[in-house]
Design a protein around this ligand. Structure first.
Ligand SMILES: *[C@@H]1O[C@H](CO)[C@@H](O)[C@H](O)[C@H]1NC(C)=O
Ligand SMILES: *[C@@H]1O[C@H](CO)[C@@H](O)[C@H](O)[C@H]1NC(C)=O
Ligand SMILES: *[C@@H]1O[C@H](CO)[C@@H](O)[C@H](O)[C@H]1NC(C)=O
Ligand SMILES: *[C@@H]1O[C@H](CO)[C@@H](O)[C@H](O)[C@H]1NC(C)=O
Ligand SMILES: *[C@@H]1O[C@H](CO)[C@@H](O)[C@H](O)[C@H]1NC(C)=O
Ligand SMILES: *[C@@H]1O[C@H](CO)[C@@H](O)[C@H](O)[C@H]1NC(C)=O
Ligand SMILES: *[C@@H]1O[C@H](CO)[C@@H](O)[C@H](O)[C@H]1NC(C)=O
Ligand SMILES: *[C@@H]1O[C@H](CO)[C@@H](O)[C@H](O)[C@H]1NC(C)=O
Length: 431
């Protein structure tokens, strides 16, 4: 499921704002060509040239688009099994990968193509921006993933619904503190963002530098009463370091009543989810500024007897099964003089990783790819995974270790003797 954002039109940015250094990572403005890239707010994007060797670039004709949406890279080669970016990372680091898509009719069509996105050897999900595009919005997707090697491979691929060329407008890679979402085993799982909201507000989305990791927090408001906060928070004291701005308002209800919120608003596919909720008593700090309530999700106790003070608190669940609608209910303890409050929440789907090809085989295959003058365009990313997106001419075994077992180099413009690297593919039994 995609997240949409009104990131369409150029907004004027105060020239007086002191420019902050970018968060650690890469911000790629896809299709920017040889230009240096562009600036959005305080963030500087660089061109994606050099991070991929495939695809064509184009500039949209729509006037006044935000610079990162005005160019894109698309992948017309229908024979390639995937189109990959290889981005340098800190091995073992935890990263947020955010991909942004704005179709803009670049191929002369009416509807955006639907295609897959992959991260390392795992199918991350389907990119379907049809509805957002029809509503005049760009779309983005987020995944939190551990970098297993010295580079992170992000790819697009066709699927059976893909009618025209897959494309991408921007790719962002942000380094996360190790403490973020640390109850998740990132060696086996990734987290894909379903919703990240701050409640009781209708303003702009919160991002860098308010969120130092450049996560996006969208406003959420419903028909419940809202309150403004009268005390500051120190976000570093919270698990997952939510931005202080996310606590400026809260959703509440009157004394003695249960606060019910339909959040997130969309219907969720049946799966396990990481849920993190953020609370703060909004009153001026005093010995009496605290309130106790129970937190329930779809009628099941999520946290009993939560004591929320003016310094605030996070409660989270590592793996919570959800399906369809989600309802959060906050029920006050007996005798509380004020109703419950909630300030912000995050919900991410837990995505099992598909693993990766044995690293030694990957290194040999990448080495081999470099000896070709013109390697097949899908010879980048994981050679064997996902299974339907393995490299052209490469056959693999999918046992405990994923290995390259056969190569068919016919028609790849090879001449003369075989490169010596091939002898290092120790599971190879067919050439
Ligand atoms: C993409 O670029 C290649 C080479 O740069 C060119 O030969 C090809 O015609 C282009 N394809 C499209 C659909 O523009
Ligand atoms: C893409 O999304 C649109 C709008 O939600 C939907 O009608 C369409 O069936 C989807 N396409 C695919 C291939 O899933
Ligand atoms: C996770 O991070 C928190 C700080 O945000 C820390 O207190 C806790 O010990 C960490 N847990 C693990 C398992 O690393
Ligand atoms: C939230 O929505 C309610 C009703 O829909 C409205 O009365 C209130 O002003 C909104 N609050 C904010 C902070 O936008
Ligand atoms: C919050 O912090 C700001 C800046 O540090 C300070 O000016 C303000 O008085 C504080 N507000 C409260 C209610 O503590
Ligand atoms: C809630 O926390 C406050 C501040 O730590 C404390 O004074 C109060 O007694 C606590 N209330 C309950 C019911 O534990
Ligand atoms: C090897 O690839 C060529 C060209 O794609 C194909 O014609 C041939 O049938 C393949 N051979 C095997 C054994 O799969
Ligand atoms: C093959 O592997 C050996 C040992 O890991 C290494 O020293 C050698 O450089 C490799 N050769 C090639 C051609 O990759």
């Amino acid at each position: 499921m995609s997240l949409s954002i009104v990131l369409l039109w150029v907004v004027s940015v105060s020239l007086l704002a002191h420019s902050q250094p970018n968060p650690r990572g890469y911000l790629l403005d896809c299709g920017a060509g040889k230009q240096s890239g562009s600036t959005v707010g305080e963030l500087k994007y660089i061109t994606d040239e050099g991070f991929t060797s495939v695809g064509n670039i184009t500039t949209l004709k729509t006037p006044d688009l935000v610079p990162i949406l005005s160019t894109l890279r698309y992948f017309p080669d229908t024979s390639a099994r995937k189109y990959c970016y290889v981005i340098p990372v800190v091995k073992g680091g935890k990263y947020l990968v955010r991909t942004t898509y704005y179709y803009g009719g670049f191929d002369g069509g009416e509807e955006p193509p639907v295609f897959d996105q992959l991260v390392e050897g795992t199918k991350w999900g389907v990119v379907n921006t049809t509805e957002d595009y029809a509503n005049g919005l760009s779309s983005y997707y987020e995944i939190f993933v551990r970098a297993m090697g010295k580079s992170l491979r992000f790819c697009l691929a066709r699927n059976k619904h893909t009618k025209s060329s897959p494309f991408v407008s921007a790719i962002e890679l942000e380094y996360m503190d190790n403490s973020l979402y640390n109850s998740t085993n990132f060696n086996k799982f990734a987290l894909t963002t379903v919703a990240r909201n701050y409640f009781g507000n209708q303003g702009d989305s919160i991002s860098f530098p308010d969120d130092k990791f450049n996560r996006l927090w969208q406003p959420f408001n419903d028909t419940n009463p809202t309150v403004e906060s009268h005390s500051n928070i120190t976000s570093s004291r919270f698990w997952n370091v939510p931005p202080a701005k996310a606590f400026s308002h809260a959703i509440t209800t009157s004394r003695g009543k249960t606060l019910q919120i339909q959040w997130p608003t969309m219907l969720l596919p049946s799966a396990k989810y990481y849920i993190s909720l953020y609370f703060q008593d909004n009153r001026t700090p005093s010995p009496y500024s605290w309130r106790v309530f129970d937190v329930a999700v779809n009628g099941e106790t999520f946290y009993r007897g939560l004591n929320v003070t003016t310094s605030g608190v996070t409660v989270y669940s590592t793996q919570w099964p959800l399906s369809g609608q989600t309802q959060i209910a906050l029920t006050p303890a007996n005798g509380m003089p004020v109703g419950p409050v909630i300030n912000a929440g995050e919900i991410m789907q837990i995505l099992p990783l598909a693993g990766s090809t044995l690293n030694r085989d990957v290194e040999v295959m990448e080495d081999l790819a470099r000896t070709f003058n013109d390697p097949p365009s899908d010879w980048s990313g994981d050679p064997c995974l996902p299974t339907e997106n393995s490299w052209t001419g490469v056959a693999c075994s999918y046992g405990e270790h994923v290995r390259v077992v056969a190569l068919n180099l016919t028609g790849m413009g090879m001449s003369g003797s075989l490169p010596s690297q091939v002898s290092n593919l120790t599971a190879l039994n067919h050439l």
